[in-house]
Every structure is written in C-alpha cells, then in structure tokens.
Design a protein around this ligand. Structure first.
Ligand SMILES: Cc1cc2nc3c(=O)[nH]c(=O)nc-3n(C[C@H](O)[C@H](O)[C@H](O)COP(=O)(O)OP(=O)(O)OC[C@H]3O[C@@H](n4cnc5c(N)ncnc54)[C@H](O)[C@@H]3O)c2cc1C
Length: 409
C-alpha cells in the first residue's frame, strides 16, 4: 500500500530546514536580490557567510554516503528538505545544489582517484567547494540536450596529446556557479565525426592555467545564483580527468540522468516559489478588509487561493514521485520527470501572478517579496532545458518506447 505519511525523523528534518530557511536564508537572499551590481553580490561577506553556514549544516552533501563524510539521506527526504531551502532562498539554494555536480559526476564515473579528489574533498568539514557544469555554448543551447542527432556538436574541443588533453573553447554566460566554482564539469568534443555523441565529460580543478571566467550575469530573477561564461585557452588536462568517455551510449545516459535530477530540482523550485507566494497572499487576504469583510471571504479571492493550493499540492506530489523514480532506476524516467517539472514550471508564473492580483497594489511593491518570486519563477521555464525542448525530448522517448512495445507484442 502507498503511504504518504512522513516519519518522525523526516518531519523533524523538514522543520529544522524550514527554520533555517526562514531565519537565515530568506533574509540574506532578499537583501542580496536588491543589490544592483551582481559582482558585488558574489564578493560580499553576506553571501560567503550564508553559504558557509549552509555548508556547515551539511545541506550540500545530503546525498553523499556517510563513509565519505556525507549525510547518506534518501532521495525522498532530500527532496522534502530541498523544497524548504528553495522556499527560503531559491537563488542561493540552487547554487548550492548545482554545486554538487562535479562530486556527483566523480561518483558516477566510478574512478577512485576522481572520487577522492572531488567527492571526498567536497564532503570535508569546514570546506566550501562549489562546482559547475559548464555545458552550453554561445552557439549551442537547447541542442545540448539532443544527443540523437549528429547535426551539431560542441565547439569546445579536447585534443589528445600524450597523456593529456588540450581544452579550447568558450561556455555561454548561463553556467550556474560559472564565476565562483572551484571544480568544473566540462563537456568537450573529442570525436567530432560523432556529433554530440562524440562528447566526453572532463571534471577538473577550476584553477588550471588557461581557465578564465566572465562577469556574473545581470538578470531578471534568481539573482543570488551566480551565472557566467567560462573560457578555456590551451588548458592542459591529464587524461585521468576524463570522467565520461565518448563511447556507445555513455553521453546519452549521462545527459538523461543529469536531466532527470535537474527536472525534479527545477520543478521543486517552482513549487517552492508558488508556495511562498501563496502563503504571503493567503495571510494578506485574511487581514485586508474591503467591501466590509476580509477579502478572503469574497469568493473570487478565495477561489484564486484555493486554485493555487490545489496546483501546489498536485505539483509537489507528482515531483515526489519523480524523486522516488530517480532513486530507484538509472538513468531515471525522463518522460515522467519532464512531465512533473513541466506541470510545476508551466503553472508557477501564472499562479504567482494570481497571488499578486490577490495582493492588489501591495503585490507590486518592492517591499513585498512576492514580486521577486514572480521574477524567479520565469527562469524555471528555461533552465535545464526550456519547457518546449525537454517536452519534445520526452515525447520522442515515449514514441520510441511505444514503438518497441508494439514490435514486441
Ligand atoms: C537559471 C538558469 C541556469 C542555468 N544553468 C546552466 C548550467 O549550470 N550549465 C549550463 O550549461 N547551462 C545552464 N543554463 C542554460 C540553459 O541550459 C539554456 O538556457 C537552455 O538549455 C536553453 O538554451 P538557450 O537559452 O540557448 O535557448 P535556445 O536554445 O536558443 O532556445 C530559444 C527558444 O527556441 C526554442 N527551441 C530551441 N530549440 C528548439 C527545437 N529543437 N525545437 C523547438 N523549439 C526549440 C526554445 O524552446 C526557446 O523557446 C541555465 C539557464 C538558466 C536560465
């Protein structure tokens, strides 16, 4: 029988994360969101301190095994805690979760030297190690996902010379943590004749000679998530850093597993944003009196809030199943996780607009955090693949699977 009840331990962990998100993360994110110059955000003591505090509590290493210094938590518990942190500070929290990309890839590679250098170091007490996936390039955004077609390839190249590869190329301005990551995941073209299937993933220290970064992107929302270009000029990388080789289905499996986790993370951000907006609007509607009664008692306002509540619950529950699927199969169920993410992210900006409507003019003021939630929500429709492109990829997989089932029948 399916059981939706959380254990006492899960409830306690969620409550603890909520308290931290409310008291520490949210005030920092609201303050930093207002800073006009993004460079000033990421060099500030405020940003460094809040990240250090989040690391001190171990939220960056929830999925890493205990023998390595991680917290060894299951995916469903991680998902519940993640929603709380995203609720408080979507930009800071996304940076922290994306920051585990290289250590996670090291674990996936199964190469003990990489596990030691990246995953074990990442889990050390007192250390703050951010990482980044420097994937998209100026000429190649959505095409990063299309591993089936040989019509395109990455222009960042890796040329083998003896025991080393020489990396050259530029990654686009959208790389999360691009300007601050001490560890980099770099997909590069090794076998050009195989298009995207000729891609290998290097995981490397971020301070190798020849690596440079752009300025942090000045953007609409998620302003506390650092994004910037990463440049590679004749960067010498030892062959041991090639975590995923361009062999057979390696690259496709990597992209699919990375997407499955990413879809659930981005969808969870959308849920957290909708929930935060709903809570603010609900409280306001209970206090604001117009037409002789609290506006929540006017059916049009009450129904808007109820519709938001049901959308949030539906999105949260479908994403929980996505998190569970990610934990139980490799490389995850892309069609399902895309569906879950699409549901949450397609609704998020609309639900938040409706919550602003409930607030009236109070909703557009910079004094209320709700306008920020709206700006943040738009980005969830683009990151980790636009809603359209991941939907098309999911549909392709569903057609392929239907065709193979009908052959078998
Ligand atoms: C907050 C955020 C964080 C990000 N973090 C990272 C990161 O850590 N690392 C990284 O490498 N990248 C990152 N990205 C980049 C992200 O992966 C890309 O923005 C995304 O894949 C879309 O690419 P694009 O922006 O170049 O848009 P384009 O690919 O140019 O798409 C533009 C429009 O055309 C449509 N379109 C494109 N191709 C097709 C097609 N084949 N069929 C139909 N429609 C199509 C799209 O749906 C979209 O509406 C991030 C982006 C954001 C917003």
């Amino acid at each position: 029988m399916i059981n939706f009840e959380l254990t006492d331990a899960q409830l306690a962990l969620v409550a603890q994360a909520h308290e931290f998100a409310r008291d520490v993360l949210r005030p920092a994110e609201l303050e930093l969101d207002r800073v006009a110059d993004p460079e000033a955000v990421f060099t500030s003591k405020r940003f460094r301190d809040v990240v250090r505090e989040t690391y001190r509590l171990g939220y960056h290493k929830m999925s890493f095994p205990t023998h390595m210094g991680g917290l060894g938590m299951d995916q469903v518990t991680i998902h519940l805690i993640t929603e709380e942190l995203l609720w408080g500070a979507p930009g800071i929290a996304q940076g922290i979760f994306v920051g585990g990309f290289v250590p996670f890839s090291a674990m996936m590679s199964g190469q003990s030297s990489l596990v030691r250098e990246f995953a074990a170091r990442y889990c050390e007490e007192g250390e703050v190690h951010f990482s980044a996936l420097a994937g998209v390039e100026p000429h190649l955004g959505s095409d990063f996902l299309y591993v089936n077609e040989n019509t395109t390839r990455l222009r960042t190249t890796a040329r083998k010379v003896g025991d080393e590869y020489i990396l050259n190329g530029s990654k686009a301005a959208f790389v999360s943590n691009g300007g601050i990551a001490g560890m980099l995941g770099v997909p590069a073209c090794i076998e050009p004749e195989r298009g995207m299937l000729g891609t290998g993933l290097f995981i490397i220290p971020g301070d190798l000679p020849g690596i440079s970064r752009g300025k942090p992107l000045n953007k609409l929302g998620l302003r506390c998530l650092n994004q910037s270009e990463v440049y590679f000029e004749d960067v010498k990388v030892h062959k041991k850093y090639l975590a995923i080789r361009p062999r057979g289905e390696n690259w496709r499996n990597f992209v699919h597993s990375f997407l499955c986790f990413g879809q659930v993370g981005v969808g969870s951000t959308a849920v957290a944003l909708m929930r935060a907006a709903y809570e603010i609007a609900f409280a306001h509607a209970g206090e604001r009196v117009q037409g002789g009664k609290p506006i929540i008692e006017h059916p049009n306002v009450g129904l808007k809030l109820f519709e938001a509540f049901s959308t949030i619950e539906a999105a949260r529950n479908i994403l929980l199943k996505g998190a569970w699927l990610n934990a139980t199969q490799f490389p995850g169920d892309l069609a399902f996780t895309v569906a879950a993410r699409a549901f949450a992210c397609a609704h998020a900006p609309r639900v938040i607009t409706e919550m602003i409507q409930v607030m009236g003019a109070y909703g557009i003021s910079k004094e209320s955090p709700i306008e920020k939630l709206y700006r943040d929500a738009k980005l969830t429709q683009i990151e980790d693949g636009t809603l359209d492109t991941v939907g098309l990829e999911a549909m392709r997989i569903m057609r392929e699977s239907a065709a193979s089932t009908s052959h078998a029948a």
